[in-house]
Design a protein around this ligand. Structure first.
Ligand code: URA
Length: 209
């Protein structure tokens, strides 16, 4: 199994601990998620390609680097993925955005699609698929299946927390997709929540507890 890339920057870990606390209110939870997603996004986009363009400063003509190719696409797995969007768009305001709506079936927890809208030319973009929690991996696998069907090739998955079970499932289904995270937690519980985790990320972002 290829291990996720864990971004263990002290500021990220500090903010994440505050998010885990059950008494942290949605307003603070959202703000910390925005800050962390900006910091995680900085690491995830390290490999973006550059090419030189000719420019003129007030002092001299020069050739300097700028992002090459089509803009990256950030794909949010609804609804909790939207919690990462603000920070990632603050970091990269010209990124395109895709939305993938999936819910977990109550019977067997498999992912059911209810919405799919992505920009064109996914095959020429860096595709970053985001969801705060990688638990069973079912939603992530379904989302990656779907954007691959739509043409995406260069894909990375970004989450805040993951469980070893989800990492294994995602690696098996999509071994070509690297996983970035701020923490690999202990395990899933009998309700498929990450332990110790932070609870239901969507509920904590939107105050629907
Ligand atoms: N989704 C969540 O929001 N939290 C978990 O712990 C697992 C899946």
């Amino acid at each position: 199994m290829s291990q996720p890339i864990v971004i263990d920057h002290p500021l990220i870990q500090h903010k994440l601990t505050i998010m885990r606390k059950k008494e942290t209110p949605p307003s603070l939870f959202r703000e910390l998620l925005r800050e962390i997603s900006f910091l995680l996004g900085y690491e995830v986009t390290r490999h973006l390609r550059l090419h030189n363009i000719d420019i003129e400063t007030p002092v001299a003509k020069t050739s300097k680097p700028t992002l090459a190719g089509r803009r990256m696409c950030i794909h949010s797995i609804l609804r909790a993925g939207d919690g990462l969007m603000k920070g990632l768009l603050d970091l990269n305001p010209t990124a395109k955005v895709g939305h993938i709506g999936l819910y977990r079936s109550h019977e067997d927890l498999h992912a059911v699609e209810y919405y799919f809208k992505v920009p064109p030319h996914l095959d020429e973009r860096f595709n970053l698929v985001v969801d705060p929690m990688l638990a069973t991996g079912n939603s992530a696998i379904a989302a990656l299946d779907r954007i691959k069907q739509a043409g995406a090739k260069d894909i990375t998955f970004l989450c805040l927390l993951c469980a070893p079970e989800g990492v294994k499932a995602l690696n098996n289904a999509h071994p070509d997709v690297p996983i970035y995270t701020a923490s690999i937690d202990e395990r899933l519980n009998e309700k498929s929540y990450i332990v110790p985790g932070l609870g239901d990320a969507g509920d904590r972002i939107f105050g629907t507890l």
